[in-house]
Design a protein around this ligand. Structure first.
Ligand code: CO
Length: 132
């Protein structure tokens, strides 16, 4: 079902500092930047071929990413796999006894449809299913 790695998400405390670091070291530029209020994050997508590095920064104290940073510090947060049909991929996880965070696909950033799979049943990795 996976068609591409859509993005690798990295939680950071200072979004602008992280963007500058990627620009200075690798010449990476921001392809898309968006505040997703429903998730309590601001994100910047840096293009890497047909995939992205997604830098994630919390916009509120009670955002899940804020809690993650407080508990684990900066670093790898989740992997986004691109799929043709988010609902089908999510149902497959459920059918195989997996635990999901989202019970149904929902709107993600840049007009995508997404659903998260709980790391508890996916070997410690938070997975985001991304349908463009
Ligand atoms: Co993501």
């Amino acid at each position: 079902m996976f068609t591409e790695i859509d993005h690798v998400a990295i939680a950071v405390n200072d979004l602008d500092a992280a963007i500058d670091w990627y620009a200075e070291n690798f010449g990476a530029t921001v392809a898309h930047r968006e505040r997703v209020e429903s998730d309590g994050v601001e994100e910047a997508l840096l293009a890497v071929a047909d995939s992205y590095i997604q830098l994630l920064c919390p916009t509120s104290e009670d955002s899940p990413v804020a809690k993650y940073l407080a508990k684990k510090g900066e670093g790898l947060h989740h992997v986004g796999y691109r799929v043709d049909d988010c609902a089908v991929a999510l149902q497959s996880v459920k059918d195989h006894g997996g635990q999901t965070i989202d019970q149904a696909p929902r709107p993600g950033s840049r007009g995508t449809t997404v659903a998260f799979v709980h790391p508890k049943t996916s070997f410690g990795t938070l997975i985001e299913l991304v349908q463009e």
